[in-house]
Design a protein around this ligand. Structure first.
Ligand SMILES: *[C@@H]1O[C@H](CO)[C@@H](O)[C@H](O)[C@H]1NC(C)=O
Ligand SMILES: *[C@@H]1O[C@H](CO)[C@@H](O)[C@H](O)[C@H]1NC(C)=O
Ligand SMILES: *[C@@H]1O[C@H](CO)[C@@H](O)[C@H](O)[C@H]1NC(C)=O
Ligand SMILES: *[C@@H]1O[C@H](CO)[C@@H](O)[C@H](O)[C@H]1NC(C)=O
Ligand SMILES: *[C@@H]1O[C@H](CO)[C@@H](O)[C@H](O)[C@H]1NC(C)=O
Length: 892
């Protein structure tokens, strides 16, 4: 069955190539690919505490419910941090670096002396009430040691750890200490096979390798004890579950995969067999975990992390898994949640078998020996005199040995992922349970990404709403581990460079009632004046919260709205800035309380997510403009502008294009939007904001990409065309490097809104297309921070980066290319531009959903994006054209 596999692979590879260029060819249900509501950059993070030391590679963390300490294992050291404030100076350290002799040995073995030839702490857990136990790779010679918790010192000489700990820092590994016995799963030796082990003093047990190998290149990510014995009427045993990805054995009819996600389990009381399966598990069984979007034939086969959420009873245990794709070059994650009963059911179901020791596994339909192979010792067996696994009959054990794999696959709850994200690779997750003010229990997920971000999401009826994305580490780096502490109200995130402690919520971030309830954060409630942490309030009866819908409760609150004034001249282009803090909001503008209809060129208005542009202002456009953020179908006023358009001066002379690139926009024949009115967008929240419909946003982006690409070419054409008023010697050259450097700053501004305000960015106050006859734009004034420009010319003003609404977006969008683009977005990026534009777009909010969003088809995105951001880039370029003329270097 190689052929179906390779053709499927090809298909997917092909898809991936296309994806890389233009977004995925398949469309997932919108409600699964969730956009984080708020983006917070590291500069805007509040209440976060950091721990850093000379050590790197912080990976293992041990945090106990009532403990004052957070124990962290890094490379060559273990730390006991003050859990309430990890940055406090009270941190205790055990330094445990590999000896130089062992490092040399490691190098001689050909290992990487930059990563592998160190002592990476891979295991750190409680051993008994006074001692912890840890294992380190010790430069390819694993060692383990006890830690005296109180004194925080190693309490004995390190002992051999090669049966308990892998050799390298990246080898998949999981382990538990249960009743002072260590259960670990990894590939321990350099050439050996992966193995699930229990170490002495109880009989040490392993998995079987012959005739049937129980594990196939397994990569372990997690393990958990579920105390199924408690409250079991059948006298069941506790079980240990292991989670991993391994090479697939089974062949199904529809498709095949090279790797699959698995759950395996063993019984705690297992003692191995008497003759058959001596020193091997008699209770090892494994089943496939599926996490897929079947309607797109898309299967997440790689399990990256598993969080086990204890329930009130063991039967209510939930398993939250982060899954990824097999193709390493494609970023995507899915979160699937499994219940214990469904896993148990798979282990109760039919077995698979491998009859002719070929590679095909099929469901076993023959007779199953009694007692059922692979079960734990229960009362029923005890009644038959089988008290321990060594008493199990040989035929049962022989069957177990040859049938480790179950036929039934474990489906996630709701039969589909809770979350699907393109362009994000989640690495770790932790789940916190909290009761909402509505009395319901909510699960809040904290998920770390491979780029150092933390996503916080709440699950509502099988859907995840991502409340926020936080840039925890400024330098992109994978989140190595995550722990949530309800006692400390903190989430701890470890990475190669350090550990960060964040509050579970930061409600003060939400400044209005609507902001507070739109967040749908179970930790936050509006108390009439502020958004407060629910847990910190003794009296919660007056708090407003709407986790279910993020809509109701603020009807009677009045938020004061900022009023600004703008006074400009007829014919000017005016930008009214309005930044929306939520990525889920769309802007809506009114003029004297009536909605602005049709934001097309002929209407004289254009809008993006960060502002409204009045093009060539007319006197009748004076009035009170209000910007609303529309979210969850609710209009919230953000800012008012009192705009006066005066006729002080005679109307500007006909535009005489010059070498200034700005004019080029004003004078290009306008293939206006109104010429080709966009079809109404079904997904649009507000039918009247036509230009905000996804299709148009898509069109805008596509246009922008094309425009950017053709910019040089078009410039040339235009410059030749308008050469009359052009002196070649006067023209500037793009300072591309400078523009590129300035661009991400601008991006961050507009995406992160208030969080990041640099003082260096440029502000464009009012815009005009007036140029004087000799081809030089006048009115490049230097210092008018926040003032209304009298001249009405193109004015680029170094901003002082203060309050929110002072940054003005750039000039009008360049004209759109012909609309046929819309019909085939997938083919739009073959000209090499994709390499530049999307990579920039990706940086907009760190986790880069914008890039792929832009090619979503018309009815998949309720969002709209700022064309102003793209134009900012152009503006930045032009700024350098004007401010840094380098006539001799003109390349245009
Ligand atoms: C350890 O940290 C260094 C520097 O932060 C990083 O380059 C390296 O990839 C990390 N290694 C592992 C195994 O995490
Ligand atoms: C831990 O930090 C908290 C808050 O800073 C402080 O009150 C406490 O004394 C510290 N504990 C230790 C053991 O240093
Ligand atoms: C690793 O080994 C190379 C030579 O094999 C040496 O040049 C380098 O300094 C070593 N690096 C470290 C960190 O020891
Ligand atoms: C815990 O284990 C350590 C190491 O084996 C031992 O020295 C210590 O006495 C034990 N403590 C208790 C309370 O049993
Ligand atoms: C099984 O255990 C029970 C009590 O725990 C004991 O009475 C009985 O003799 C044991 N049977 C065997 C076969 O060991």
């Amino acid at each position: 069955m190689q052929r179906p596999r390779s053709s499927a692979t090809w298909l997917l590879l092909l898809s991936c190539c296309v994806c890389a260029a233009a977004g995925y060819p398949f469309k997932p249900p919108l409600d699964l690919d969730v956009t984080p509501r708020i983006t917070v950059l590291s500069s805007g993070l509040q209440g976060c505490r950091r721990f850093q030391s000379s050590a790197v590679n912080y990976s293992t963390m041990l945090l106990e419910a009532d403990s004052r300490h957070l124990f962290v294992g890094a490379r060559g050291a273990v730390f006991a941090l003050n859990a309430s404030d990890i940055s406090s100076s009270s941190a205790l350290t055990i330094e445990w670096e590999a000896s130089s002799e062992q490092k040399l040995q490691c190098m001689l073995k050909g290992k990487d002396n930059k990563t592998e030839c160190y002592n990476h702490i891979r295991f750190l857990q409680r051993f008994n009430s006074t001692h912890l136990y840890m294992c380190g790779t010790y430069a390819f010679r694993p060692l383990c040691a006890y830690i005296n918790e109180k004194r925080f010192v190693m309490s004995s000489q390190p002992e051999d750890g090669k049966d308990k700990c892998p050799y390298g820092p990246t080898m998949g590994y999981t382990g538990l200490i249960i009743d002072q016995q260590m259960y670990t799963a990894s590939k321990y030796s350099f050439r050996g096979f992966p193995d699930i082990r229990r170490n002495s003093p109880m009989p040490a047990l392993k998995t079987e390798e012959a005739p049937t190998r129980w594990l196939n290149e397994a990569d372990f990510v997690g393990s958990a004890l579920v105390t199924e014995s408690s409250g079991s009427s059948a006298g069941d045993d506790d079980k240990i579950y292991f989670f991993f990805t391994e090479k697939s054995q089974e062949q199904t009819t529809t498709y095949s995969h090279s790797r699959v996600a698995r759950v395996a389990r063993v019984c705690k009381g297992d003692r191995g067999g008497q003759f058959t399966l001596q020193k091997r598990w008699t209770s090892f069984l494994k089943a496939r975990l599926t996490c897929s979007l079947p309607e797109y034939d898309f299967h997440f086969n790689v399990l990256r992390s598993m969080f086990v959420m204890p329930g009130r009873t063991p039967q209510e245990t939930l398993f939250y898994g982060i899954f990824g794709l097999e193709w390493k070059n494609v970023k995507a994650s899915a979160v699937c949640r499994f219940s214990l009963p469904e896993i148990q059911q798979a282990f109760q179901g039919p077995y698979m078998e491998n009859q002719d020791s070929g590679s095909k596994w099929k469901e076993y339909t023959g007779k199953i020996p009694d007692p059922r192979p692979g079960t734990c010792i229960t009362n029923a067996l005890r009644a038959r005199g089988i008290n321990v696994s060594t008493s199990l009959p040989d035929d049962v054990l022989d069957f177990v040995r040859r049938h480790p794999l179950m036929s039934q696959q474990v489906q996630p709850l709701d039969r589909r992922p809770l979350l699907f994200r393109r362009t994000t690779d989640y690495t770790h997750m932790s789940v916190h349970m909290i009761q909402g003010l509505d009395g319901q229990t909510y699960h809040v997920l904290y998920m770390g990404t491979d780029e150092g971000w933390l996503h916080k999401a709440v699950e509502v009826e099988g859907q995840l709403h991502i409340i926020e994305e936080l840039q925890v580490f400024e330098e992109p780096q994978p989140v190595n581990n995550l722990r949530v502490s309800a006692e400390q109200m903190s989430v701890y995130v470890s990475s190669p460079s350090g550990v960060v402690q964040l509050p579970l919520s930061y409600c003060a971030r939400y400044t209005s009632c609507y902001d507070c309830i739109f967040s749908r954060d179970p930790h936050c409630g509006w108390n009439g004046a502020r958004c407060v942490d629910v847990m910190s309030q003794a009296n919660r009866s007056n708090l407003i919260q709407d986790i279910q819908h993020g809509r109701t409760g603020c009807e009677n609150t009045q938020d004061s709205v900022v009023l600004r004034s703008r006074s400009v001249r007829v014919g000017d282009d005016v930008l009214l800035q309005c930044e929306l803090s939520s990525n889920l909001a769309t802007p809506l503008w009114t003029l004297d309380d009536s909605e602005l209809q049709g934001y097309g060129l002929n209407s004289g208005f254009r809008t993006g997510t960060d502002g409204l542009l009045i093009i060539e202002a007319r006197q009748d456009q004076s009035g009170l403009y209000t910007c609303y953020a529309v979210e969850n179908s609710i209009k919230v006023a953000i800012v008012n502008y009192n705009v006066t358009i005066r006729l002080d001066l005679p109307p500007p002379p006909p535009v005489e294009p010059t070498g200034d690139t700005y004019n080029f926009y004003a004078t290009l024949p306008p293939p206006t939007w109104s010429e080709k009115p966009p079809p109404p967008s079904p997904a649009s929240l507000l039918p009247h904001s036509e230009l905000l419909s996804p299709k148009n946003m898509q069109a805008m982006y596509l246009s922008l990409i094309t425009i950017l690409g053709g910019l040089c070419l078009v410039l040339t054409v235009v410059l030749v065309y308008v050469g009359v008023c052009l002196r070649v010697g006067n023209r500037g050259k793009y300072s591309l490097r400078a523009a590129a450097a300035a661009y991400p700053v601008n991006k961050r501004h507009s995406r992160s809104r208030k969080q990041s305000r640099s003082s260096a960015h440029m502000e464009l106050k009012t815009i005009s297309s007036h140029c004087n006859g000799n081809g030089v734009c006048n009115g490049v004034s230097k210092q008018h921070n926040g003032n209304i420009q009298e001249g009405g010319f193109l004015q680029i003003v170094p901003g002082e980066g203060h309050t929110l609404p002072n940054k003005e977006p750039p000039p009008p969008a360049p004209p759109l290319p012909p609309t046929p683009l819309l019909s085939s977005p997938v083919c739009e990026f073959p000209n090499g531009l994709s390499a530049t534009l999307p990579s920039v777009l990706r940086r907009m909010n760190g986790n880069s959903y914008v890039l792929l969003r832009q090619s979503d088809s018309e009815n998949t995105s309720p969002l709209c994006y700022s064309f102003a951001e793209e134009l900012n880039k152009i503006l930045e370029k032009r700024k350098h054209t004007q401010l840094l003329p380098r006539p001799d270097e003109s390349s245009v």
